[in-house]
Design a protein around this ligand. Structure first.
Ligand code: C2O
Length: 346
């Protein structure tokens, strides 16, 4: 088998972009392998599913819960694996080469991006984040909201993230992109602003291209990455945009690498990361309903590949790609919202 399994008992210094600013130590809390458990916390078929909802339709009470959960995570001691800073480090470690494989591939610096691991890794990652939040606020049914930048009414930064008194606030963001600035899902630095109504239309077309025209598994999910391969073999459509573009659009305009959201080593330090990735995960769930041929890989190397996380009880857990393919088995679904882009071909 050429499924991947990382030697995470060793954490190497992260490979950082030039002029990296803060938070350059990416190694998370040291795992204790003697306590490793295999994930088996599947939702029973008749359980009530958690419903992930869009930010723009949340009531104040729900937003307050989310804020409280993030505040509690931020207040945990730095060495608690459930703390906000530890969670951010997990992302950095898996993205910026801190983990390598076992012999004879111990030199390979792993990265979850730009391959068929993009969707499953991030699904597991935010799954545990959601469970930790729910546990801290004492509500096991709490579901991570999503920032549906693909919806006409939600093409700007959700306002709850911009309240300076909120735990969701983050300083290092592009100040020109605060609400009501309409997002550019095809953003590149230097893009000229166009009138809002036109930008909205461009965005819908971008969504159509990335979702509907990505009609094969590889186009959407990214290219195979097996043990022994070089990282980043090929990026999937939605990972390239809107995933990467939204990261850059949110990140600071004056920081060298668009920290924090605009570069992987710091991205997960901004709470908006989790709302962004909730929507990306939703795109995976939607894509496979769009028709013929839109299915996940059926390849043992992918299905058997493994990652490691801490769960809501601070247990150290091993997960497999195969166990996250059905989001209902993980106990959650997405609220349906109108998909205007489905009716907006180029
Ligand atoms: Cu692992 Cu949006 O990045």
């Amino acid at each position: 088998s050429r499924a991947i399994s990382l030697n995470i008992s060793e954490c190497f210094p992260a490979v950082l972009p030039s002029n990296a600013i803060t938070g350059t130590d990416c190694c998370p809390y040291k795992p204790s392998f003697s306590k490793l458990i295999d994930f088996k916390d599947f939702a029973s078929p008749n359980a009530t599913l958690r419903v992930r909802k869009p930010f723009h339709l949340l009531d104040e009470e729900y937003i307050a819960k989310f804020e409280k959960g993030i505040a509690l995570m931020k207040a945990l001691p730095d060495d608690d694996p459930r703390s906000f800073i530890q969670q951010a480090k997990v992302h950095c470690a898996y993205c910026n080469g801190a983990y390598h494989f076992y012999y004879p591939f111990q030199e390979t610096e792993f990265d979850v991006h730009s391959s068929w691991f993009f969707f499953p890794f991030h699904r597991w990652y935010i799954y545990f984040f959601e469970r930790i939040l729910g546990n801290l606020i004492g509500d096991p049914d709490f579901a991570l909201p999503f920032w549906n930048w693909d919806s006409i009414e939600a093409m700007q930064m959700p306002s709850c993230f911009t309240n300076p008194n909120s735990s969701l606030f983050h300083q290092l963001r592009n100040q020109k992109h605060l609400p009501p600035h309409v997002i550019d899902l095809n953003y590149a630095v230097g893009n000229i602003d166009v009138p809002s109504h036109q930008q909205v239309l461009y965005n819908l077309v971008t969504m159509y291209k990335q979702m509907v025209l990505a009609s094969t598994t590889e186009l959407f999910m990214g290219s195979p990455f097996r043990l022994g391969d070089n990282p980043r073999p090929g990026i999937g459509s939605v990972e390239a945009a809107p995933h990467n573009t939204v990261h850059t659009w949110v990140g600071g305009a004056d920081t060298p690498n668009h920290e924090d959201m605009g570069t992987f080593y710091t991205a997960a330090r901004d709470p908006i990361f989790y709302g962004h990735h909730s929507n990306l995960d939703r795109m995976w769930a939607i894509w496979k309903t769009l028709g013929e041929g839109r299915k996940e890989y059926n390849d043992q190397d992918w299905l058997d590949s493994e990652f490691f996380f801490y769960d809501e009880n601070a247990n150290f857990v091993r997960v497999k790609v195969r166990d996250c393919i059905d989001n209902k088995k993980l106990g959650y679904v997405y609220q349906d919202v109108d998909l205007a882009w489905l009716r907006t071909p180029p």
